[in-house]
Ligand binder design. Structure first.
Ligand code: DGY
Length: 321
């Protein structure tokens, strides 16, 4: 009998057809919206594998409701939506999609950094509102990027890809990571490992790429903001809750930092009150991995992980930990 895979949301090419071609019985939510908890638990009943999204919370309640599950394949590199320890206690493997979305996410981090620094959001709003009356010497002046210091928080694959792109802007790079990266990587990137407080004090731009967990939640709180330069720009393509967003609204409003570029939100998809009315923040709708190449490769990697685990082999990309 074919193994059953439940997919919680329509996927881009090669889509769920790939799972069917691999010989699985595919059950799927065909509506392009997140499932409610009840729908998720009902839908996944009797499945061997679950292919889920970062918006699906997979905790002990879900795991207990589906004793048949052997693998959870998360369509994301971040996996804070899954209680990995509880899954593994039950013998369920959890997999993610590292590598394939590195470039797409690093590109988006740079798009936000450039947009926030050069007032692209405010400029676009002005043009669309019909309020632009023409070129002006004092209009929407931004700050330079070349020769400035970029602080990278989380020096995994995406942080490193962001650092590589910074070399084109002749930037100094400082980074903070749970573990120092290999000396040859530091040398290739020209990156200096520093304590977080030093990074906060020295950086003109800060880009967040750390995983979200109990240690990193609200890493950017009032204390962290108080150490940052008033001219600095903060970019978040990691996870929203790395930042205390209520406090971010205060510091952006009071210009205690210059600007921010956000792709992810603490209460996604709800936007924290106050952010929408600020002109010095660029807001993207969680597009980090949203390139056709990355999203297609994420499908392939999710399916490969399912196939390997259900065949009794090790996952290709198990969730770390
Ligand atoms: C991820 O993979 O964790 C990204 O946030 C998805 O875009």
């Amino acid at each position: 009998m074919a193994h059953v895979v439940f997919v919680t949301r329509p996927l881009p090419d090669p889509g769920i057809e790939l799972l069917a071609r691999m010989g699985f019985e595919v059950r799927a939510n065909n509506e392009d919206r997140p499932l409610s908890r009840e729908e998720l638990i009902a839908g996944v009943q009797g499945s061997d594998a679950l292919l889920c999204m970062l918006s699906d919370r997979i905790d002990a309640e879900v795991l207990d409701a589906v004793p048949s599950l052997r693998v959870i394949s998360n369509y994301a590199v971040g996996f804070d939506n899954i209680d990995v320890a509880s899954a593994r206690q039950r013998g369920i493997e959890v997999t993610t999609t590292p590598g394939v979305l590195t470039d797409a996410t690093a590109d988006l981090a740079w798009a936000l950094l450039l947009s926030a620094t050069r007032n692209l959001g405010a400029g676009e709003r002005m043009v669309r509102a019909g309020e632009w009356t023409g070129w002006a010497p004092t209009q929407l002046l931004g700050e330079p990027i070349r020769n400035q210091t970029l602080g990278i928080v989380g020096m995994g694959a995406i942080g490193q890809a962001v650092a590589r792109r910074a070399q084109g802007f002749d930037m100094q790079i400082v980074y903070f990571n749970r573990n120092r990266v290999a000396p040859e990587i530091e040398t290739a990137l020209g990156a200096e490992f520093v304590p977080l407080d030093d990074l906060l004090k020295r950086s003109d731009f800060i880009s967040l790429h750390a995983p979200l967990n109990e240690q990193s939640r609200h890493m950017f709180d009032s204390r962290a903001f108080s150490l940052m330069k008033p001219s600095s720009v903060l970019v978040n393509t990691g996870r929203g809750a790395l930042i205390d967003e209520a406090e971010l609204v205060n510091v952006l409003r009071d210009r205690r930092i210059a600007a921010a570029g956000l792709d992810v939100y603490e209460f996604e998809p709800t936007i924290t009150e106050g952010l929408l009315s600020l002109d010095n923040v660029v807001l993207a709708p969680h597009l980090g991995s949203a390139s056709t190449l990355a999203r297609g490769d994420m499908v392939r990697l999710c399916c490969e992980n399912i196939a390997e685990v259900l065949a009794g082999r090790p996952a290709v990309t198990p969730a770390p930990g």
